[in-house]
Design a protein around this ligand. Structure first.
Ligand code: SF4
Length: 210
């Protein structure tokens, strides 16, 4: 793993490289972010944004969703992967929000994870992006990039999340999550990372071999 000094430098470079890094899912409310994040599993943010642009124009609120049947929702979201399962989970999640949380998206991880279709990553995305509560959502990009550059050294997402929270100051968790995603999407691709143009290659074992 990288040492403290290297970690500070890596974070500094990522900050300078991606000063405007932010959540790339479009949403206006915590509820919309929760729906979008459930939709984003195994789908790109781009595809989800195209679907939700129409979906949220027609059905912007929890109350609107509560009037939808599973078949109707499936029709609206059929361009995203696993849409049947997602439609079922989203409507189940909506019913739980109405029945147990007074129609509000809860602001703590345990309550969020008690909702259908909401795992730890989704809960962390909602906590950090909808409510500004420090949390480190580890998706495929965060997992790959952080382990390549030595911010973590693990073969599972839970351990990676723990290690990232240990080595990165809490006030940087939300930003660092976005820096790592943006780096993974733009340069540090899974198959052919663009190491030659990577600004942190001097800190990365793969980059040092270039
Ligand atoms: S040097 Fe290559 S593998 Fe390492 S972080 Fe940069 S792009 Fe990724």
């Amino acid at each position: 793993m990288a040492n403290k000094e290297e970690i500070t430098k890596i974070l500094d470079i990522l900050d300078k490289t991606y000063p405007n890094a932010h959540c790339e899912l479009n949403f206006r409310t915590p509820f919309q972010l929760l729906v979008s994040t459930i939709l984003s599993a195994q789908s790109t943010d781009n595809t989800v944004n195209k679907v939700t642009e129409k979906l949220f124009a027609k059905y912007p609120t929890l109350n609107d969703f509560l009037h939808l049947t599973e078949k109707e929702l499936e029709k609206e979201i059929k361009e995203v992967g696993l849409y049947k399962n997602k439609a079922k989970n989203i409507l189940g999640m909506c019913r739980e929000l109405a029945a147990r949380f007074n129609g509000q998206v809860p602001q703590n991880r345990d309550d969020l994870m008690s909702l259908p279709g909401v795992g730890r990553k989704t809960a962390n995305v909602v906590l950090s992006n909808a409510f500004g509560i420090p949390a480190f959502a580890v998706d495929t990009h965060v997992f790959r990039v952080s382990n390549r550059i030595g911010l973590a050294n693990s073969n599972n997402v839970e351990k990676t999340e723990e290690q990232l929270m240990e080595v990165i100051p809490k006030d940087k968790w939300i930003k660092a999550h976005h820096w790592l995603i943006w780096h993974g999407r733009r340069i540090c691709h899974a198959r052919k990372p663009k190491c030659h143009e990577c600004p942190i290659k001097m800190y990365c074992n793969m980059g040092k071999k270039m």
